[in-house]
Structures are given as C-alpha cells and as structure tokens.
Design a protein around this ligand. Structure first.
Ligand code: GLU
Length: 467
C-alpha cells in the first residue's frame, strides 16, 4: 500500500516536473521570438496562442523538441520588403512599402493573400503568414504558408491609381513568385479587380501565361467558380457542423456579423439560406441594424458594386438603423457572432458582453479577430468557438482548388467546387475535434485546430532534414 502511494507520488512529481519544464521550454521560445521581432505585437500574440497549445504534443513527441521544430517554425524562410513607387492622378509621386513573407514551404508552395491597408506592417504580415501555415495545412491540400501586402490605402483611389499601384507592386514581386514557388491571392483591400491588374502585369513582365501564379482570378482568365463565396460559405459550413455536434442548429438563430467585405457578405448569404437571421453588419466607421434580416443583395450593391460605406444601407432600407463606432456591434444580443472584419475585433470587454447576452457560438471569419484573453474567457464560459485557422480556411482551400483546375487546364462547375469546399470544411472540423480529444482538450477546437495543423507541417519538416 505504502509502496503504491510512494509510486503514485513519485510519478505525479515526475509528471509535474516534466510539464513545468515543457512550459519553460515553450516560454523560452516565445521570449526569443519577442526579442528577435521587437514590437511586432500581433506576431507575438499569434505565436503565443499556437505554441502554448502545443505543450501536450511536445510531451508525447519529444523528437520535435530535439529537432528544434518550434524554433524553426517561428522563423520565416524568407522575408521580402520593397519600395512601391507610383504616380497618382495629380501626377504626384507616392511611395508605399511592399511585403511578402514566405513563411513555410514544408508541405507545398507558399500560399496566402495580399493585404492592402494602411495598417499593414511587418508584424501584421508575419502574424498572418504564421497563421496561414496551420490553416493551409488543415485544408489537407499541398500548400505552404505565406502572406504579403502593402500599407497602400485603396480607399478613395481611382481605378487608374489602383492599376498603377498594382503594376508597380508586381514589378518587384514577380521575381519572387511562380505557380510552383509562391502563389498570392486576395485579402483585405485586394479583390478581383486588384488580382486582375496584378496578373496582367506578371504576364507582361514574365512573358508567361502562368494562370496558377495567382488565385482569386476572374472567371474568364483562369478563376474558379465559388472562389468569391468560399471563405464566407466555408465559415458557415464549419459553424453548422460545430453546432450540430453540440445539438444546436442554425434555424431562427440571431446572427451578428462584423465587417461587410467579401467574407462577411457570403457568410451572411449562406447563414440566411440555412435559416438564420442576420440582424447587423458593420464597416470600420459603424454598424447597421436591421431586425427584419439583412438584405444581402443590397449590401452587395453598396459594397461590391458602388464601393460605398455601409451607412448607405440605412438610407435605402426602411426599418434599418445606422450607428457610429466600430465595436458597439458586440453589445447587440445574438445567438451567433461572426467577427469577419479584422484582427483583435473582440477583446475581453466584448467577450464579456457576448457572454452576458448568452451567445452560443462564435465563428471567426477574419484572421485572429479575438484577442488571446477573449478566447480564454469565451472557452471558460462554454461558448463554442470556431477558430479562424480552421473556420476561415475555405477561401484558401478553394484557392488550392483553383490551382488544381489551372494545372489541368479545365474548370469545374459551381456545384462541384462548392461540394468539395463543404467536404473540406467538414474534414477540418473532424480533424480539429479528433486532435482536441486525443490531446486532452475535448470540445476545444482552438487547441484542436492548432495541433492538427501543426502535426502535418512538423512531420514534413522532420522528413526533409535541417534546411
Ligand atoms: N487571404 C485569405 C486567407 O486569409 C485567402 C488566401 C488565399 O486564397 O491564398 O486565408
């Protein structure tokens, strides 16, 4: 009996000591990242969130520690930063900064969007590139992680100015990308129009019609059906699957969506198709409330066709209201919250409001829309949380389907692509669920997605040696 107790105590002590030293090791890697990437707050946040969730994996697989997989994973394979000079409509010279971070190519060519927004800096591009590694891995398709962009502000620019900027941006970027090297796409501020100008310039400079070099292209020059809808639709397929797992469904649920860009619009369209009611959407100035359910066609007309602000909606739709301010939208009572705008949209304060209002689920359509404190608070309060890496992977997954069609020189129907997207999203949900269960965090899809995404990349890195 005493021997038994002694054994139990000593194995408990051994276990606790091992866990402590694992936590110390992981904290050490995080501290090193902070030292090497001074001031890159968003990047620190993304690294901390992922690395901390990997402790149980390292416990089971010490070989990842021996091979320094974490230390290699947090260091981008290549970072490119360049000048983007262009001439505005007044004939004045403007200078912006361009970025492309080729983060990890263990499982395929670098893949990830370009963001054009005044807030873009090295930290933003690094955090997005880092997230992309795990997201792309989760799709089950052969794509590595990368991201890029510029601090160029497309707001208020003429079509010609956008074109000249894109041409200058591509004049530099073209030498670093290619269909088997690095395949950019859209993100905030980069949609079909920008991809068109970027593709035209790549083709001219390289004298090569390599359609697989960019995704999100127009349908008449190599684009894929359903790519425009994919991120928003994919988010809803994931959330639907998660709700079903916990005996809920979308019917008659009140939904609040932040943002009114590509992800938000198609998430709203799909969630309403499945029986929910979207009562609010926003942009960076304010939000609209329409208790009857948002008219998505009207939002498309205002945002996609006219490129105007969301407050236009309240002017044109009876019974709809507009409120100034970005974050007030999270004080509205809803069952499901879909942050589809940008990073750190929901901090602890907004998370508390959502919990107070009995939110059931949160689906992250944007990249890293919840702060780490918000994520922890939501999970502690049993909110179902669909993490961005998993839940918004439908966009990049469909980009990989676009690449596949480009390689075959043929195109699939909308129904075929949409069916594949749905299957991919269900697979991602199941992979996140299984990984969470296997590593002792059942029902925590944040941890599950990180682990499932990590394992594939880590194993590929192990196989390929120290490069
Ligand atoms: N920008 C999107 C994302 O965050 C899509 C990237 C792509 O299609 O390559 O995943």
């Amino acid at each position: 009996m005493i021997a038994n107790i002694k054994e139990t105590v000593s194995s408990f002590v051994e276990d606790t000591t091992r866990k402590l030293s694992l936590a110390q090791y992981v904290n050490g890697v995080i501290e090193e990242v902070k030292k090497r990437n001074k001031g890159d707050e968003e990047f620190h946040q993304a690294v901390e969130e992922v690395l901390k969730s990997l402790e149980p994996v390292l416990d089971k697989h010490p070989e990842y520690i021996e091979e320094r997989i974490l230390e290699r994973l947090v260091e981008p394979e290549r970072q490119i930063m360049f000048r983007v000079p262009w001439v505005d409509d007044n004939g004045d010279i403007q200078v912006n900064r361009g970025y492309r971070i080729q983060f990890n190519s263990a499982i395929g060519p670098y893949k990830g969007g370009l963001r054009f927004h005044p807030s873009v800096n090295a930290s933003i591009v690094k955090f997005l590139g880092f997230e992309q590694i795990f997201k792309n891995s989760l799709t089950g398709l052969p794509i590595g992680g990368g991201k890029g962009g510029s601090d160029f502000d497309p707001k208020g620019k003429s079509d010609r100015e956008i074109m000249r900027f894109c041409q200058s941006f591509m004049a530099e970027l073209q030498q670093h990308i290619g269909p088997d090297v690095d395949v950019p796409a859209g993100d905030i501020g980069v949609g079909g129009r920008e991809i068109g100008y970027l593709f035209g310039q790549y083709k001219k400079l390289r004298n090569a019609n390599e359609s697989g070099v960019l995704t999100g292209k127009g349908l008449n020059y190599g684009g894929s059906l359903a790519r425009v809808e994919a991120t928003g639709y994919g988010l809803i397929y994931f959330v639907d699957e998660m709700l079903k797992e916990h005996n809920h469904d979308l019917r008659c649920k009140k939904v609040v969506i932040s943002g009114s860009g590509n992800v938000a619009i198609y998430a709203a369209e799909k969630v309403q198709e499945l029986g929910a009611c979207v009562i609010a959407m926003s942009d960076s100035n304010g939000y609209i409330v329409d208790e009857e359910g948002i008219d998505v066609e009207l939002v498309k007309q205002i945002k996609e066709v006219e490129r105007k602000r969301i407050k236009e909606y309240a002017k044109r739709k009876a019974g709809a209201y507009y409120f100034e301010g970005q974050k007030g939208i999270w004080s509205l009572k809803c069952d499901i919250a879909l942050p589809c705008a940008t990073q750190n949209d929901i901090s602890l304060e907004e998370a508390k409001l959502l919990v107070e209002n009995n939110v059931i689920a949160i689906g992250e359509g944007a990249n890293m829309p919840c702060t780490n404190e918000a994520v922890n608070y939501l999970l502690e309060n049993n909110v179902l949380l669909a993490p961005a890496k998993a839940a918004n992977a439908g966009g990049v997954a469909t980009s990989a389907l676009e690449m596949a069609q480009n390689s075959m020189r043929l195109s699939w129907t909308f129904e075929e692509v949409d069916a594949k997207l749905k299957e991919i999203m269900i697979n991602i949900f199941n992979a996140s669920k299984e990984a969470a269960k296997e590593y002792g965090s059942e029902g925590n899809y944040v941890v599950g997605a990180n682990i499932a995404g990590f394992l594939k990349v880590a194993d590929a890195m192990m196989s390929q040696g120290i490069i």
